[in-house]
Design a protein around this ligand. Sequence first.
Ligand SMILES: Nc1ncnc2c1ncn2[C@@H]1O[C@H](COP(=O)(O)OP(=O)(O)OP(=O)(O)O)[C@@H](O)[C@H]1O
Ligand SMILES: Cc1ncsc1CCO
Length: 701
Amino acid sequence: MEKKKVDYSVYLVTDSRPEVLGQRDFYTVVEAALKGGVTCVQLREKTGDTGALIQTARRLHEITQRYQVPLLINDRVDVALAVNCEGVHIGQDDMSLPEARRLLGPDKIIGVSASTPDEAREAVKGGADYLGIGTVYSTQTKSNTKHILGPEGVRDILEAISSFPKVRTVCIGGINEENAQEVLSKSATSKRKLDGIAVVSAVMAASNPLDAAKRLASLTTFQSSKIIGTRAMQDVVSSVPAIVKAVHEQTPLSHNMTNLVVQNFAANIALAIGASPIMSNHGDEAEDLCKHKGSLVINMGTVDDKALGNYVKALKAYNRAGVPVVFDPVGAGATSVRRNALKTLLDAGYMDVVKGNENEIKAVVGDSSTQQRGVDSSSTLTDQEKATMVENLARTKETIVVMTGVSDFVSDGTRTLQITNGHPYLASITGSGCTLGTTISAAVAVWPEDNLAAVVGAILHYEIAAEIAASRNDVRGPGTFIPAFIDELYNIRQNTSKGDLRWLQRARVMDVVLTTTKILRFANALKIPIYVTTQNRTRLGDTVAELKPHLPSSLVKADLDKTRFSMYIPPISTEHFPFLASSSSPGPGKGAEVAIVGIESHICVTQTALDLLEAGYKVYIIADGVSSCNSAEVPIALDRLRQAGAVVTTSESWMYECMGDSGIGEFKDVVKIVKDTMGDTKGVMEGLVGGYSNGGRVSKI
Ligand SMILES: Nc1ncnc2c1ncn2[C@@H]1O[C@H](COP(=O)(O)OP(=O)(O)OP(=O)(O)O)[C@@H](O)[C@H]1O
Ligand SMILES: Cc1ncsc1CCO
């Protein structure tokens, strides 16, 4: 194992004390963690005699070698030498670095603990391969903590060693799923960021160490990818590696009843991602094929009467067997023959996934406003309209709907995501939508627990492969793109099976903002002033793009970046808000009304509301327009704000209360907004029932 290539991203430090491990077997727990995606293991056993420690290390090394993951021994160079593992980790009070290097030689890994910039500088100058920077957060595992650094302290250390780019870094101390991303993002400097997180009890004490490691692996992988959304959405994306790997390992049968144009291409794509394709157009074969628990693709690209009869037969057979069906209504909006075929198929049975370009999905919805010319993708809808369309269709058909194009929109009726990966070459070759359908079929076959996650996994695999292929030097246009694309689909699958998830750093997935958009459209109709703030914009990002079209400068009275959690800060508190005052209530607010939407309910929303209440404003909290990454925070925050005097209500209720009378001039416009967003409102409200979870919507103050 070449030490330069070691992946430190999820670094497990063992702890076999019964208070951590309970009754479980030490080796089983570590092996589960390795299966889940741990990339480096340090054996830390402070007690035990040398003989026993060597035995443990030897057995553990046998396991880590099977996963091609390095094993490092804490503090004991002699043990590392005895078992010939990959290296050691030494603390400041342990054997000196030069001494350890002399004994181990240049090829072994030596990591050193550092809790100050000076210690870090000294270790890197002394030739440490990596630093364990900590203690980041207070922890039970280590009682002799010198310093609690916090992410800022880690950042200081990273800055101190910025002229040593080769030395690798992990942070340690109290790291878990909740704080991993915080420390990774807050500690990063423009010159360098951590290579990984070291965890102890977050995995060793987890009830399911495999899943815990998997989630941590996804958190570190997605560090540099663009995933905007709630925890529920992050969970969807974090399953992607396991989905790609499951296709690779299970080789699901992908039964394609597809058009004459793409048969060969689709079979090659299926093989590249690890599925087993069979192109069979005879409806009677479905009865046998569905027994293999793979999936069926019905693609009506070159439909005729005979084919249609076969599709119906196969659909019914797969439905009876409860095996998934992916439907691609190719060209459905182009001719009356296709519209009829579409109707016949939709009436004949249940489709687990309906995938099409904009015109095709419009045809499924029954929207005949655009006449599709052929099978090409073209677009007239806004992103918001697309999101609403897929969400409504998914809800009414109780299926997953995918609308492809420059951006793809995916929904299960409650969760709606936008994916902006892919490459324009995909639109310049035939069958890219069709073969995405084949890719999706393999993913849904192996991931019955969450079809939405399966579809997202397939799309990311497919579109990121396209991006990587298009960027290759040997690709000069759509022609050379095709073989490179097949290669990269194959490479992603191979890399994922080995735990190399770097490709996923390209993922660009966004949760679609619904309630906040509606509220802003309403504010526009009634000319209500809007105040926008972001929390540390350079670190946490700007106001989400979908909201920008609804933020006209005529109404946006302030657009501030802030570090305070409350929005009630100068100049909003000093210049803007007092002049809104109209009644004789006490305080500068004088009873003026303010409605709040955004994130996070329990932090910025709460503090803004409390400040406004104290200043004498009447505060409305739009319950379906606020959220927190941890959805359990929301009801607690809302209860607290209600008790503090805020009015906790729904977007629709607030909008009608603002109008007061259907006789006002703007009433018609508002009714249109309400009608346009009825599906969204229903979905969001359903999410609220029984727990104020906002159905996965994110909005930003
Ligand atoms: N300009 C683009 N940039 C990035 N990705 C794109 C672009 N155009 C299409 N894609 C991607 O190409 C794939 C196919 O989408 P598209 O909407 O072109 O399908 P389609 O029209 O059904 O294709 P076909 O009928 O040729 O099978 C999707 O993964 C989509 O995201
Ligand atoms: C070109 C074409 N015509 C019917 S199906 C098909 C493949 C892309 O949809």
